[in-house]
Design a protein around this ligand. Structure first.
Ligand code: SF4
Ligand code: SF4
Length: 160
């Protein structure tokens, strides 16, 4: 029977370096385009993550407070954007509109405030309250209510 040689597995840091090199070499985007800027942000995020392999951050009051704030925001009644509740007979883009408040605060807000998105949000006004979405939501959310809340908040943000 053939003896199996033990395989060499490079440390995780090296693998991440390889992924990073592969990613940057295969994505030569122009720096000043929207895609280029987005790629640059991703690159920075990846660099930040990689730096934690060498120097693991230690828990302090600031980090604890940040984690607590994030936990609060990301637990409970919020839409995960999965889209299992769709299609909507009133044509509401539920998986985006029901999580608009989060998107406005956790992603660059400009793209969510365009006339096109405003029109999508306005469709919430014609919700039929048929509750089809609610029955299909795997997180058992009260989707029509969530849409209403997000729309109210959206209007406030638009009004400044
Ligand atoms: S309750 Fe409103 S949002 Fe939900 S499926 Fe019916 S019309 Fe669409
Ligand atoms: S309301 Fe529920 S099913 Fe619909 S997108 Fe959000 S989490 Fe998914």
């Amino acid at each position: 029977m053939k003896k199996t040689e033990s395989e060499y597995y490079p440390p995780v840091e090296n693998l991440l370096d390889l992924i990073y090199e592969h990613y940057t070499e295969n994505n030569p985007v122009e720096k000043n385009t929207v895609a280029g800027k987005a790629a640059k942000t991703k690159e920075k995020e990846l660099e930040e993550w990689l730096s934690y392999m060498a120097e693991t951050p230690t828990m302090n009051e600031e980090l604890t407070a940040y984690i607590e704030k994030e936990q609060k925001e990301l637990t409970g009644e919020f839409c995960r954007g999965c889209g299992y509740c769709m299609p909507c007979p009133a044509g509401i883009m539920i998986n985006q509109c029901a999580r608009m408040s989060l998107m406005l605060r956790r992603a660059p807000s400009k793209a969510w405030l365009t006339p096109q998105m405003q029109a999508e949000m306005k469709k919430i006004e014609v919700c039929l309250h048929c509750n089809q979405c609610m029955k299909k939501c795997p997180y058992e959310l009260n989707t029509p209510e969530l849409l209403k809340k997000n729309y109210e908040d959206y209007k406030k943000v638009l009004a400044g």
